[in-house]
Write a protein that binds this ligand. Sequence first.
Ligand code: ADP
Ligand code: MG
Length: 397
Amino acid sequence: MLNKVSLLDQKVAGQKVFVRVDFNVPLDKQQQITDDTRVRKSLKTIEYLVNEGARVILASHLGRPKGQVKPEFSLKPVAKRLQELLPDRTVKMAPDCIGTEVEAMVAELANGEILLLENLRFHKAEEANDSVFAEQLASLAELYVNDAFGAAHRAHASTHGIASLLPTVPGFLMEQELKMLGSLLSEPIRPFWAVIGGAKISDKIGVIDTLIDQADGLIIGGGMANTFLKAQGYELGASLVEQEKTSEAKQLLEVAVAKGKKILLPVDVVVAEEVKAGTVTKVVPVDGIEGEWKALDIGPKTIESYATVLRGAKTVFWNGPMGVFEIEDFRKGTEAVAKVLSEANATTVVGGGDSVAAIEQLGLADRISHISTGGGASLEFMEGKVLPGVEVLQDKA
Ligand code: ADP
Ligand code: MG
């Protein structure tokens, strides 16, 4: 159980409720949303509030407009999408997130109606966590709901400053994220294995460090495996290796041994001379990477041994693809891990932008216990850090 005051305990009927959502969706050049996952994940909270008769004010950032009004970062396409997802409700779009025009639109909101404010980051004050700006946002409402787990690792006006000015509760998505990620750090059902991949070890040293303590073992793949292999004395050819991180990698391996934890590294890899589709590839053992060849995916023997371990796991956390999965020739490792997790009789949690994208591309998202909406936030949470947007939620008495 989450030890936070719940939205379910609040009177919301007829109330003006400010909901910080994470509508930071990807847009193409025509301002079309290419993936509306984040909007759909926010629906549970929004639908609850409108069904209860609240007057719902939604606020989000989108992209990095850096404190300037830039039409290409407008949330208008999101308002349109939200209206399509909630055909029986009224979704209005505000021209800004503060100011008299916005205040007038809020005053006119009927119970059960929704007003989406314009991109918070059109104002520098948002990221500066400016207290006057936070007051302007807070003045719009009577209750603050934070449902933006993906932005919870930032102390901004809409994720942090506003919380000291209004009663503050988590939305249902935030609650779910905290419950699922939190369970990995408190009482995971064992064996608990973590699968860590992606490009670089430097992005994830903190998480690996925590997971050596929390998990029973770590499975390493992707570009970062190269740095671990280098630390063990292997030659990596022209592979991505973080030379300056090899001593830290060596240390992590030693710490794991000292704590009796396993760290599994690839025994074979798929190599190519060029990182492009249709190029010549071959499978070699990790002591057979030569000259200009690059390790771009884990090999079949590695896949087999990783899959065997994962089939026996009761809890799995996965962050980071096993190879350059964007290119089909180097996707097998990532695909195999995704498939094993989708079939596992275990609690499976996936965090990280690219790993989540891979799972969704493969159509396996439904078969994963929890897909985190927070890339950076989920990593910081898993490092054991207290996120500013979580810290502000009220603990239960
Ligand atoms: P996530 O977003 O899931 O946290 P990362 O951003 O850390 O993952 O890493 C994803 C990137 O790592 C992908 O773009 C992928 O192409 C790259 N990558 C994975 N394996 C390798 C490799 N062996 N060499 C180079 N890049 C790799
Ligand atoms: Mg990424």
